[in-house]
Design a binder for this molecule. Structure first.
Ligand SMILES: C[S@@+](CC[C@H](N)C(=O)[O-])C[C@H]1O[C@@H](n2cnc3c(N)ncnc32)[C@H](O)[C@@H]1O
Length: 207
């Protein structure tokens, strides 16, 4: 099974799974780092069933939500039915379906550790940012939990913060900072023998 098939399969139960992994504190930290201003436009990359999008809509931000999984986006559409402030686009990390310099913010929560080339995905996210726009990535610090690869289709076992900072700089972002969210992502292995508790970082920069 590939990553897209996996997320198609878990789409209907993703919100419940997500609640067990991490809380709303993650998106609140990302929003505070971004310094959100009502009326602006954001992209939510690897949007899933809309965890970040939901928080952004509540704060008066318009959102373009992008994901590889039709099933995930269908879940989101079902939840936000009738809302004009969100657009749903199927797309891949390497070729986002958004024109150059379109959005004021790019958010990507728990997306980077699933992509083939994190550095290339960051460059692609920077491409769609307006000059002066902010990118905020929330993801996992480097860890040792192999079961997340086999059971949750993670491609990377988290990241070194210095490496992420370097990718932001190489993509042309100013004021690149990688900091603590102050919350861990937690998951139990299916056989119950291993329990992961992994600190979450927030990486940000300005175009
Ligand atoms: C762990 S989920 C996180 C979903 C959401 N951001 C959240 O916080 O609940 C990762 C999401 O990224 C999407 N994804 C993974 N690799 C992708 C890729 N290469 N291109 C586009 N979307 C991808 C998956 O389909 C999935 O919905």
């Amino acid at each position: 099974m590939n990553s897209k098939d996996y997320f198609d399969q878990v789409a209907q139960k993703w919100d419940k799974m997500r609640e067990g992994f991490f809380s709303e504190a993650v998106r609140e930290k990302a929003f505070s780092v971004a310094g959100l201003q009502t009326g602006k436009m954001a992209a939510d990359i690897g949007a899933g069933s809309g965890f970040m999008t939901e928080g952004l809509l509540r704060k008066g931000i318009r959102v373009i939500a992008v994901d590889q999984s039709e099933a995930m986006l269908s879940e989101m559409k079902r939840k936000f039915i009738g809302l004009q402030e969100v657009e749903y686009r199927i797309g891949e990390a390497e070729r986002l379906p958004i024109a150059d310099e379109t959005v004021d913010y790019v958010f990507a929560n728990m997306f980077l550790h699933h992509v083939e080339s994190p550095a290339a995905a960051i460059k692609e996210m920077v491409r769609i940012l307006n000059p002066g726009g902010k990118m905020v990535i929330t993801d996992l610090d480097e860890h040792r939990f192999e079961f997340l690869k086999t059971e949750h289709h993670d491609r990377w076992m988290g990241f070194k913060r210095e490496e992420v900072k370097q990718w932001l700089k190489e993509a042309g972002l100013r004021n690149a900072v990688v900091d603590c969210v102050g919350e861990n992502c937690c998951a139990q292995s299916s056989c119950g023998s291993d329990f992961a508790s992994i600190s979450i970082f927030v990486a940000s920069g300005e175009k």
